[in-house]
Ligand binder design. Structure first.
Ligand SMILES: [Zn+2]
Length: 433
């Protein structure tokens, strides 16, 4: 019912969301209102949420969108993926560094062309909506036009975007290298242009990783991150053995991979470090102290054979964890596939993630590590009306059989990780798929 897009409406549905991290607080943090009401105002924000029977009289004459046939969750949030790698998902290769050289760098060098960037940005944003993702923290390329195309595509669809121009000034093909100063100048100009223009855009200082940035570039990235306190910082860390060995060669005086970033002011409570598979206890302790987050990208880690992330070790150290599909090292946009793979990977360290844990990560947990939880990730007055309507697919006989065994909301959510439901996606109170 897209008519609801232009006016106030009340969504009636089985509403499910998470108010906190179930790992630390127990499963009571899941909210489940079987006959819930979500009052969505014409400004795209949630005006009220609660039991339908308790709907305040001020919303009583708002038109009703009745979706009691499905379960409604907050729109999914993805904390790490690369829009310019959309065309190379599942490209044959070996490990991370070889895959970057063979597939990623040639593909990313195309994004200086505005028309190409716009075409891929539209496909990328549409695909995210199709799988229920309504906001994300995304890598672009070194090209300002690519980030502009991405920001416009997300804005047009009402989606939330954290992103920045990638900085890389060495160890890549010439077409993909900037300089310390040009990376700083371009980033600042983009930040000042895009943040005022798009309500749901936030700038992310983005050195790709320390292999492709000189010390001079990392220093200016740190300066920009300090100069604009609203910026986040994203990069990669401790993903593969060969990557870590290269870091040791490039930065022999630093005691760890994290110490390199730390030396340039890049380890803060606004930092998102993708992967962190091989982090040492000292690195975990420093990340926890700084309030920095790690973003687990399980389908990428198994595809590239990078290693098996240990969620328990990070949690016990007090490091906040996010979840990302890491397209195109990752192999699927779908949050259900990412959650499924996270479950499988955790089994290798004898841990069994509950559906509450994985769904929390992919909604409020990611919004928290991205510092967008005042706006997204759960249902509360004032947040954007981003939500997904989920219905079990009735056309697959095996999925149908599996759903017949489901006894509870917990069972349902867990099973959906393996038999993804049909997804209908809304952002800012507007139906998009
Ligand atoms: Zn990545």
């Amino acid at each position: 019912m897209t008519a609801a897009s232009v006016s106030n409406f009340v969504l009636r549905a089985h509403l499910v969301w998470w108010d906190d991290d179930p790992f630390f607080t127990g499963q009571s943090v899941r909210r489940s209102l079987e006959d819930g009401a979500l009052a969505c105002a014409s400004d795209g924000r949630i005006a009220w949420v609660g039991e339908a029977s308790a709907l305040p009289t001020e919303f009583a004459d708002w038109p009703v969108v009745d979706r009691r046939d499905g379960m409604v969750l907050p729109g999914f949030v993805d904390a790490h993926l690369h829009f310019p790698q959309t065309a190379i998902i599942g490209a044959y290769g070996t490990d991370l560094l070889a895959w970057l050289e063979t597939h990623t760098f040639p593909e990313e060098s195309r994004f200086g062309d505005c028309a190409h960037a716009e075409t891929i940005a539209a496909i990328f944003a549409d695909e995210l909506l199709a799988v229920g993702v309504t906001s994300a923290c995304v890598f672009s390329t070194i090209h300002p036009v690519a980030l502009k195309a991405l920001a416009a595509a997300f804005n047009q669809r009402g989606m939330g975007l954290l992103s920045g121009k990638t900085a890389m000034d060495r160890n890549a093909i010439p077409a993909l290298q900037d300089s310390p100063q040009s990376a700083y100048d371009d980033a600042k100009a983009l930040l000042l242009d895009l943040q005022p223009r798009y309500e749901r855009f936030g700038y992310v200082v983005t050195p790709r990783f320390a292999i492709t940035s000189t010390e001079a570039q990392l220093e200016l990235c740190g300066a920009l991150h300090a100069e604009f306190p609203e910026t986040r910082m994203q990069t990669h860390i401790n993903e593969s053995a060969r990557e870590i060995a290269t870091i040791k060669e490039l930065f022999p005086a630093d005691e760890s991979y994290l110490a390199v970033y730390d030396r340039f002011g890049l380890v803060t409570d606004r930092s998102l470090f993708a992967h962190g598979i091989h982090s040492t206890p000292a690195e975990l302790e420093r990340m926890a102290d700084a309030g920095a987050a790690v973003v687990h990208c399980p389908t990428s880690n198994t595809f590239l054979g990078s290693g098996l992330f240990n969620p328990g070790a990070n949690r016990e150290a007090g490091v906040a964890i996010g979840l990302g599909c890491d397209i195109g090292g990752g192999t699927a946009f779908s949050p259900f596939v990412t959650m499924q793979e996270a479950y499988k990977v955790a089994r290798f360290s004898d841990q069994s993630l509950t559906a509450d844990e994985t769904f929390y990560w992919h909604t409020l947990g990611n919004a928290r590590v991205m510092k967008t939880d005042a706006e997204a990730g759960s249902f509360a007055a004032g947040k954007w009306a981003d939500f997904v309507v989920l219905e079990s697919g009735a056309d697959n006989p095996v999925a149908k059989l599996r759903m017949q065994r489901v006894q509870s909301v917990t069972d349902q959510l867990f099973a959906w990780q393996f038999f993804a439901p049909k997804v209908e996606t809304w952002t800012r109170g507007v139906q998009r798929t």
